[in-house]
Design a protein around this ligand. Structure first.
Ligand code: AMP
Ligand code: GLY
Length: 439
């Protein structure tokens, strides 16, 4: 029988979180602190989520299997961490089963699934972004490269590529090769104008009626200090990011968030979830969209959720049920910073299975503390010891009145953890500390 999503917020709510990374650990931590939440279940979760939630390794890991499980425990809310299940229609299936889902339906998740669709949507909504051309097998690639030759070439595959679908290069041969290989596999590729400036991430929780912008953060995507080395999923983040001043914030709302919300809330099913707006802020403090994601950023989530002073379950449940109440969402005035510990060989070929020493009990659990661990690729070895199971293993997060204090605490926690070959950036937050803005 079809049930309508519940709009009344119940105490003792059962929440299901989908995913297994640091982001999902952060979601479980925030949700488990809500007095309205009775139990948190994570599919499949990791060694951190198991301290505060029930991990489930389903036999049927398809979206159908997830919905069957969530229905069987009478879930009040399904929170989807990664984009792939959303692009595959998990929110659509939840809706058919009457399960409130935090995360958009597939037609809207396509904003992340297809860069071309995102570009076309921005054009429709009048949102500022880089100019682009679509390159097809019949296109004159050399002429297109000439047309965009005044700054690095930005080439984007139009597929979900797990962070590996974008090349930014001044090397014409590399540009040619990436264009040719992308057209060969995908049939087309985008060549985009290079946007100079400083990046920031803004997470916007929205439903059909309203939206709430969470404090802006900044991720560090390159593997090594000084923004050197290969692109990664993110080596650390901090929040709030001083580059987003109040005047930049106003421009982002007026030029990007409000028009996108108007567009998305006018769709057959409105957007119910979080829209991740990847921004470039130029030298005139004008914001441009680099990308949209249809989920929380990882590791942005780890530094943003702790700054929400009001109830996170109410926020997510409100968005999932079209009852979002922006005036009841409050933020702490503190700052948060997280540093990722990655496996040897990450991102190219991470070596897994290494023992992780030095994790104190409690640092990943529920106790309120000014620093804690967000577990990501952490599992258990044969003797119950903690071992690495992924490229990004964990991140040390801290919250303090100043960003500098958060930075000190996060690094202090990290120095206690030992993992053979593990590497981390030593300069997380450097942009905030390099000028007056960080003071
Ligand atoms: P994306 O997957 O679209 O976020 O791109 C990955 C990274 O490439 C971004 O975080 C930026 O650092 C860079 N990038 C993407 N598009 C542009 C652009 N138009 N101009 C400058 N850098 C870009
Ligand atoms: N940290 C960037 C992302 O989650 O896409």
């Amino acid at each position: 029988m079809r049930r309508l999503p519940t709009t009344a917020i119940m105490d003792d709510a059962t929440v299901v979180v989908i995913g297994s990374g640091g982001r999902e650990h952060a979601l479980c931590l925030a949700l488990s602190k809500s007095p309205r939440v009775g139990s948190v279940h994570c599919i499949p979760g990791n060694a951190g989520t198991e301290m505060i939630a029930h991990n489930h390794h389903l036999t049927d890991t398809s979206n159908e299997g997830i919905v069957a499980f969530a229905s069987s425990i009478d879930a009040s809310l399904v929170v989807v961490g990664p984009e792939a299940p959303l692009c595959d229609g998990l929110a659509d299936l939840c809706s058919q089963s009457g399960l409130p889902c935090f995360g958009p339906v597939a037609a809207l998740a396509h904003l992340e699934g297809s860069k071309l669709h995102a570009k076309q949507t921005m054009k429709l909504a009048g949102v500022p972004t880089a100019d682009f051309v679509e390159l097809l097998p019949s296109s004159d690639v050399e002429a297109a490269l000439d047309a965009y030759a005044t700054s690095p070439w930005v080439i984007k595959r139009d597929v979900l590529a797990g962070g590996k679908g974008v090349v930014v290069t001044t090397d014409r041969d590399e540009a040619r090769r990436f264009i040719a290989s992308s057209i060969a596999t995908d049939g087309m590729v985008l060549l985009e104008e290079f946007l100079p400036g400083e990046e920031a991430s803004m997470l916007v929780v929205m439903d059909g009626q309203s939206f709430v912008t969470l404090p802006a953060s900044q991720d560090h995507k390159r593997a090594y200090d000084g923004d050197e080395g290969p692109n990664t999923g993110g080596m650390g983040a901090y929040c709030p990011a001083p580059v987003v001043t109040s005047s930049v914030h106003e421009k982002i709302i007026e030029r990007i968030v409000a028009p996108m919300h108007a567009h998305l809330s006018g769709q057959t099913t409105p957007y119910r979830g979080v829209l991740f707006v990847g921004l470039m802020i130029d030298e005139h403090d004008d914001p441009y969209v680099v990308e949209f994601n249809v989920r929380f950023g990882d590791p942005e989530c780890q530094v943003t959720l702790p700054l929400i002073a009001s109830d996170v379950f109410e926020l997510l449940h409100g968005a999932a049920t079209d009852t979002l109440s922006p005036s009841s969402v409050h933020f702490s005035t503190s700052s948060a910073l997280t540093v990722v510990l990655a496996s040897e060989g990450y991102p190219a070929a991470p070596i897994k299975g290494r023992t992780i020493d030095g994790i104190q009990s409690g640092t990943g659990g529920q106790e309120p503390s000014h620093s804690w661990i967000n577990f990501a690729g952490v599992g258990h070895g044969d003797n119950g010891e903690m071992i690495s199971t992924g490229g990004r293993v964990l991140s040390c997060t801290a919250m303090a009145e100043t960003l500098e204090d958060a930075r000190l605490s996060a690094y202090q926690l990290l120095t206690q953890i030992k993992m053979n070959g593990g590497h981390f950036r030593t300069d997380i937050g450097f942009r905030a500390f390099s000028g007056e803005l960080g003071k």
